[in-house]
Design a protein around this ligand. Sequence first.
Ligand code: AMP
Ligand code: GLY
Length: 425
Amino acid sequence: MKVLVVGSGGREHALCWAISKSPLCDKIYCLPGNAGISSYAECVNIKVNDIEGIISFAEKESIDFAVIGPEEPLVLGISDELKKKNIKTFGPSASAAKLEGSKAFMKDIVYRNNIPTASYGCFSDIDKAKQYIHKHGAPIVVKTSGLAAGKGVFICNSVNEAINAVDKIMDEKIFGLSGQEIIIEEFLEGEEVSFFALVNGKKILPLASAQDHKAVGDGDTGPNTGGMGAYSPAPIMNSSLEKKIIDEIILPTTNALIDQDSPYQGVLFAGLMITKEGPKLLEYNIRFGDPECQVLMRRLKSDLLSALIATCDNQLDNITLKWCDEKAIVVIMASDGYPGDYKKGSIIENTFIAEKKDEIEIFHSGTLFKNDDLIASGGRVLGVTATGKTVTEAHKNVYEAINLIKWPEGFYRKDIGWRAIKLEK
Ligand code: AMP
Ligand code: GLY
């Protein structure tokens, strides 16, 4: 079959890599893709938010199955539009995509259904937002309600910091319309985990777990990014915790969506804080996490494409997924300056040498080929993944590979997986 993958990140590279191994797959197109993806797919330069462009491309090429990687086209309704053209599509409708597109919508569903989460207020008035901060004190968390590429969350250790965050979002409008409405919530303490499940309506098939390092600097310091590294599985996850998450968080959400005529179809990604009182929901994402998807794909032994199609066909009861016992790790190499301003256009060398060992696979994000050179063209640029019997071994393997890559204009965190490694000692 002809498969269309929408997106251009490490997530989509990992998805194309896994889909290309499926016996069901004859050809993959990726819009717009990147240099790494072009080894598996024909990349066509149509932007992920050009819904009309994507639809007419899919019709012209008689696409059999579409997989939507990022949140933006889903929030804009790409699934609904492709389905109108009878193109089977993996990913939720625009109305269900609001779980990620509007934190106000998500918090409202969560609150009405007694799903454990941080207590919060939702504001479109700057003075009321500030009053709430003064009333509740610090630490406190300020978030844009709309999409902000993982950068719209401010963890504030003082009232002043929180007031500044509100000013930046609502007065300076650094996130544009995404910050018209904000959420201010209780700071939750605990260990974070990323929980993924394939979902169709009431049916839920959990995937492997992962832990992500969002902060830009070693020791989980500095501003948040889309993610600087991840590993799978998360040592904190076990079957009783998984059951609690499904029963107390995921099922009440998917049932609430059914009740409001927006049944969920696709992958649902819950960002959770495992607190002393149990798991609490930080956020929902309506897509695979990036970089978490890269480590999940390294560990998935079953056919991804069949599983994604089964999700669309409401056949989740009929599949079981197998995961390899090995641990997987990914370290993101990013352009100097990310998540702030960064320069594009530097040359990256020796990725082919770094990738020679079986346990290493490099997934590209912001890359392109110019003549024969590999060029950095984004903030997050490469996801270097490795497997190992333990996270400690995978960690050693991944940093050995990174040391072979020549890219003076890039940087990476040196401590990805520290929490799991500490437990293995
Ligand atoms: P979100 O996009 O809402 O998941 O937030 C991004 C990151 O900010 C999360 O992965 C957490 O590390 C952190 N975060 C968000 N909300 C809270 C909270 N209420 N308490 C503590 N940390 C939070
Ligand atoms: N790595 C977190 C995310 O994809 O949102």
